[in-house]
Each structure stands twice: as C-alpha cells, then as structure tokens.
Design a binder for this molecule. Structure first.
Ligand SMILES: CC(C)[C@H](C(=O)O)[C@@H](O)C(=O)O
Ligand code: SF4
Length: 479
C-alpha cells in the first residue's frame, strides 16, 4: 500500500472498489441500501420480471415516509389517496416477497428514511450507503460515502449489491471559528449554498471541515450534509470523531463489546491525512454567518435576516436577470423589502433536514411561554417515531400544542406535496425543509427555508424575526 496521504473520501472509495475497468465507471460495493415507497416499486418489479432475487436482503432496509398522512394513525391505516395507497401497498408486498425488513406505519422504527438510518445505528462511518433519494447525502455526516440513486440503479443494487460509479472530484469546505449565538447548522449550509450557488459543488464530493463543523452535534452535521445536494454535490462527508462515536454507542445496530472497540479503531482512521489534496478548497469564517432566510425559488437565493430581498443586478446575465424576476414574481416579493417585514401564513417544522430531536428542542425553547400568531397555522412533524416518542417523554409535545402548534405523526409531510400536508396556492411558509422550488410544498405555495429556531420565532410573531434578539422564557434551554 502506498503511503501517499489520502482524503477521507479516497479511503472510503478505495475500500469499496470491486473493479476498476479501464475507461469505464468503477464498480463499488454497497454496504447499506435504504428503500422507500416512491422509488422502489419499479425496481422490485424489474427483479421480479427477470426472475432474480435480492442479493443481500440483510443489507436492505425499507420504510414508508413520503406518502403517509401525518394527521392521525387512523388516516395512515386507511390512506384515501389512490397513488399513495398503491405505492405503500406495493412496498409491503415487495418487502414480504423479497425478504426485506420494512418499518411500516405502526412500527416504532418508522420515520423519514434519512432519520431512521442514523438513529438505529444502521448508518456507520466508512460505509457506502445508497437510497433512491437525493437527500441520502445526510448519512455522510458519519463519514460514510452516501448518495442518492435513480430507480434503475436501485434495481442494480438490489440485484448485485454493487453500483457502477464514475469517480467524483473532491471539494473541502472549511468553516472556521465559533458560530455566533443564534446561528445554526442550517444557517451554515444555507450560507454556503448562497456563496457557491446551486451548481457550486456539481461533480464533487464535499468534505466539511474546520472548527465550526467539528463543534456541531451529529444532528447539526446531518443538517449540513443533507443539503449538500442542493449545491449540486454528489455527496457530503464529515470525518468521524468522538462526537460520532458517542452518538453511535449503544444504538440498536451498533457493534457491541470488543466489536465496538475494533470498529472505533477502524473508524478513527477515517480522516483526511495531513497533506492530502483536494480538487477545490474553500474556507468560510463562521463569524460571517447570520440567521439565514431564503427569499426565492432555489436554495441559493438566500440572505441574512437583517437584510432585504436583493435588488436586481444589472451586470448579471440575461438568463439570471429573468430568473430573478421570475422568482420575485412567484414569491410575490418586491426587491428591497426588509426580510423581517415578510409575513408568513404557515410554519412547518420537520423534514430530514430539521426533524430530529435537537431541532424540536431548539424550536420548543423559542416558543415556550408564547402563542402562535393568530394569522399563522403551525405544525410540527417529528422525523421519526423515535423522535416523536423522545419529544413526548420530554414534554415537548405539550410545549408545542399549548403554543398552538399542530403535533403530528412522522413522515416527510409538508416538505413536499406528495401527501395531504400542502400549502394552498399563494400561502407563504417558513419551513425547516431543504427545497423551495415552485410548487414544492403544494401548487402556488411559497417557501422560505430557515432554521428551526427562526421558523419557531416566525410562528410566534407572524413574520421573520431575528432569533439573536429573542427573549427566551426558559433560560435553561435558551440557545
Ligand atoms: C421522492 C424522492 C425521489 C425525492 C428525492 O429524491 O429527493 C424527495 O425525497 C425529495 O426530497 O424531493
Ligand atoms: S423529508 Fe423531504 S427532502 Fe427528506 S426525503 Fe422526505 S421529501 Fe425528501
């Protein structure tokens, strides 16, 4: 083995190479395949038609998340929507036929696929993880190489447990220094996308590094890696460290006893070596990041809460100027409007970006002792059954419901319009999710991406409000 310094990505890539045919994509071994109801039916059908079995059912785990109603257990058991009901039924039949473990609506392990993987300890450092879902990049927070794949690739992995992949380039983004109070992982990643653009990381695997990233909890790291795809990246990764090991210790599928010690020893090597080079590097000062709000129809159209909707840039290309105008028109905003003057009709707390327990705790600390503005409808959708149970044990559900939030069952919910939780045309939403495309939360709906703290504050005041000057009612939780 050569002693040349390697990046974290390079190490994981090399450890999974099955073949490297000349002039063709490499063949990678896949350690974990996560499956949900939307992108799997055709893949299972392909296997069935070809008379093939699933190569490694024991490395395949399925759940239902995108289509499930979040209103009540009753509604989840009797899904009215025909497409949703058919997809979920197909997943049940497919998992039973091919021997795949399915965390169905009544399982205590059900939840958004990118929330349950880490929470169960299925997601581990150094793994290759795929799912027919773009936000698979979330799992890179553990030092895994994790990326979304298309339905035909889902079938390939099901049949062979391998995947042909062209080798991506590497991009290190270092965020250095202490994050200012009130600035979160969500603000880091929105800020980064604002800086580099939605195609800024296209073709790269991004490694997030620097003291501000190291200081993040696993939940925060997952939020950052989750949105890598919104900058066009193939995947996002963060080197595992003691924070990672502490999170994984004792989880259901984590190794135990001597196997744990061996695993930690191996995982500890999964860092970028001193002197290893990246194809591209960028350093961002944490102190430059403020609570960030998206004003337009792409996750790169963001600005600070104290700022305004941007003015047109006469030096931009004609296409960019058109996009800008179109975004303002769709969002029904005027250039130069202060962000804090934008009122919201709806607040959505949830999704695989910000539907974890830490997100709910942070939002609850903001709303404690307050009530949702009369002009706002607000909902909290825990990312998983485990998040929901934990939150209820801590009494957070009470904090939310007493403040006037709707407390719901786990799923993707209002992150995308594939289930009954949608915006009405023209409705404006402060959302903790990751995409703000036209129609993303329902036809004609207007999405502003923010952190859980910022979403919670907007729910109370009815407009975007700088969380840095918030008056917390419980100093214990104030953050
Ligand atoms: C439905 C699914 C394929 C899609 C994705 O790949 O990301 C969804 O999860 C999303 O967030 O838009
Ligand atoms: S929560 Fe949103 S982003 Fe995440 S998997 Fe579901 S639909 Fe996709």
């Amino acid at each position: 083995m050569s002693a040349a310094p390697k990046t974290l990505f390079e190490k994981v890539w090399q450890q999974h190479l099955v073949a490297e045919p000349q002039g063709e994509p490499a063949l990678l071994y896949i350690d974990l395949h996560l499956v949900h109801e939307v992108t799997s039916p055709q893949a299972f059908e392909g296997l069935r038609l070809a008379g093939r079995k699933l190569r490694r059912p024991d490395r395949t785990v399925a759940t239902v998340d995108h289509n499930v109603p979040t209103s009540s257990i009753e509604d989840r058991l009797h899904i009215v929507d025909q497409i949703a009901s058919k997809q979920i039924q197909a997943l049940r039949t497919n998992c039973a036929d091919f021997g795949v473990e399915l965390y169905d609506v009544q399982s205590p392990n059900q939840g958004i696929v990118h929330i349950i993987g880490p929470e169960l300890g299925l997601t581990k450092p150094g793994m290759t993880i795929v799912c027919g879902d773009s936000h698979t990049s979330t799992h890179g927070a553990f030092g895994a190489l994790a990326f979304g794949i298309g339905t035909s690739e889902v079938e390939h992995v099901m049949a062979t447990q391998t995947l042909p992949q062209s080798k991506p380039q590497t991009f290190r983004i270092s965020v250095e220094g202490d994050l200012p109070v009130g600035v979160t992982a969500k603000d880091i990643v929105l800020h980064i996308i604002g800086e580099i653009g939605t195609a800024g990381a296209t073709g790269y695997v991004v490694e997030y590094a620097g003291s501000a990233i190291r200081a993040l909890s696993m939940e925060g790291r997952m939020t950052v890696c989750n949105m890598s795809i919104e900058a066009g990246a193939r995947a996002g990764m963060i080197a595992p460290d003691t924070t990672t090991f502490a999170y994984l210790n004792g989880r259901r599928f984590s190794p135990e006893a001597s196997a744990w010690d061996k695993a930690v020893e191996h995982w500890s090597q999964l860092v970028t070596d001193e002197g290893a080079t990246f194809d591209r590097e960028l350093t961002i000062a944490a102190s430059d990041i403020t609570p960030t709000v998206s004003w337009g129809t792409s996750p790169g159209m963001v600005t600070g809460v104290k700022s305004t909707v941007p003015l047109p840039d006469p030096t931009a290309s004609e296409a960019d100027q058109k996009n800008f105008e179109r975004a303002l028109e769709y969002m029904d905003l005027k250039a130069g409007t202060p962000i804090e003057q934008i009122t919201v009709d709806c607040v959505f707390l949830g999704s695989c970006t910000n539907g974890r327990i830490e997100d709910l705790r942070a939002a609850a600390s903001v709303i404690r002792g307050y009530h949702v503005a009369t002009t706002v409808r607000a909902m909290v959708v825990p990312g998983s059954q485990a998040v929901k149970a934990q939150a209820e044990q801590e009494g957070l559900d009470k904090v939310f419901t007493e403040a006037g939030f709707d407390w719901r069952e786990p799923g993707c919910s209002m992150c995308l319009g594939m289930n009954p939780d949608i915006l009405s045309p023209g409705e404006r939403c402060a959302s903790t999710s990751n995409r703000n495309f036209e129609g993303r939360q329902g036809r004609g709906g207007r999405t502003h991406l923010v952190s859980p703290q910022m979403a919670a504050a907007a729910a109370i005041t009815g407009h975007f409000t700088d969380i840095r000057t918030w008056k917390f009612n419980d100093s214990k939780e104030a953050k």
